[in-house]
Ligand binder design. Sequence first.
Ligand SMILES: Nc1nc2c(ncn2[C@@H]2O[C@H](COP(=O)(O)OP(=O)(O)OP(=O)(O)O)[C@@H](O)[C@H]2O)c(=O)[nH]1
Ligand SMILES: [Mg+2]
Length: 448
Amino acid sequence: MALPPTDDTISAIATAPGVGAIGIVRVSGPQAFEIAARMFEPASGRDVRSLDGGRATFGHVVAAGEVLDEGVLLTFRAPRSATGQDVVEVQVHGGPSLLRSVQEACVRAGARSAGPGEFTLRGFLAGRIDLAQAESVQALVSARSDAARRHATLGLTGRLSARLDDVQRHITIVYASVLAVLDYPEEGVPDAEVAAPLAAAIGSIEELLATVDAGRAATRGARLALVGRPNAGKSSLLNALLGYERSIVSDVPGTTRDYLEAPLELGRVSVTAIDTAGIRDTDDLVEASGVRAAERLAAGADVVVALLDTSRPMDAAEGALVERIRGPRTVWVASKADLPALWTPESLGIEALGVSAQSGAGVVELRDRLEERLVGDAGASEIWVVHERHEAALREAKEALERARSAPDDLRGLDLESALRSLARITGRTDVAEETLAEVFSRFCVGK
Ligand SMILES: Nc1nc2c(ncn2[C@@H]2O[C@H](COP(=O)(O)OP(=O)(O)OP(=O)(O)O)[C@@H](O)[C@H]2O)c(=O)[nH]1
Ligand SMILES: [Mg+2]
């Protein structure tokens, strides 16, 4: 895929579609001030082309002799702008038709209409931000929960990049030792120079990888399926978790025949909760299709809430179902805890949380347990990996480092290089390894 040109001047509406108090049209490129001069008249009578960067100037937006609105022109001079180029931002009132007219005025004055991501691309190419930071911009504006927003902000401020720089430095130090002994093979690389920094690098990568599920839950929103036998209380529990009556509840087994979804906030993560049809063998074609959907949804969910109704006698079907949905993603609930229990989940080797949808007992604990399951080990980490691209590169780097652990000295270098390349793909920066190498070798004595 070819990149768009970056040496011309682009403009775009920068605020969301719809009506707002303020709308912004942004212009970036060498002609930015020239273009602004053709459509913005400062109230002071000053020439826009003579304005300094870092200024706000009040005036009128004018197109084809017609005043479109009064507004404020923000000016930024290269390289001190988000794109590294000359940038002006025209702030007017936030109406869709008005903003379109301002944008058209920019185009008539010589700007090209920007495509998606072009401003951020210019920032990246100008070295204002690295690739991981550019992606954080995307994560930040599409964040669906507070947690997702906080982590995107950390990514934007370069925390992920800084962490990766550290890992790259560790690997580079090992790489330097490996290169240095290639000339003196009889000495070999002392294990201490390799094992410890390699373990440190692998440990850091594993820490980041442990946040992948939480990152996914926080940004894309995880899926949580409620499953169990008919009448186990799934719909009642969904309603209790949501705090309103979303799903129909009745004492007729087989009430829920289709599945239904509802957004649910669980502390730091937002999930889609899915109520499903009770799982049983049935001759009813519609219900059977609902049962198949329930099994498919359980298989695809990030977390499965499995209900065991201990207020009714356990039978063989219960045992069979338990075996099918046992797994690392399953959170067990003993439902209807307000009623006397006829059996205990422990008898099936299961640790279940007692919850009553009717009295509300255990609902708060269940919410905590679900949040904990979704956030997991990531809770302690301030950076979460939210992009699949980053996850893939981290896994590759980890595999290469593990190969390097056991490889003979003369082959280790290749695995280390490959790990460095994988990490550099995340930030788009290759200079970190080079700088570290230069630094390491500068400490060697002359002649060695
Ligand atoms: N005592 C008591 N009854 C409950 C509780 N939760 C659900 N029930 C009752 O159990 C019956 C079934 O509840 P539902 O929530 O419809 O169960 P379900 O698992 O969705 O059932 P299907 O949709 O048929 O698979 C209803 O009569 C509920 O009132 C509870 O915590 N305590
Ligand atoms: Mg139901």
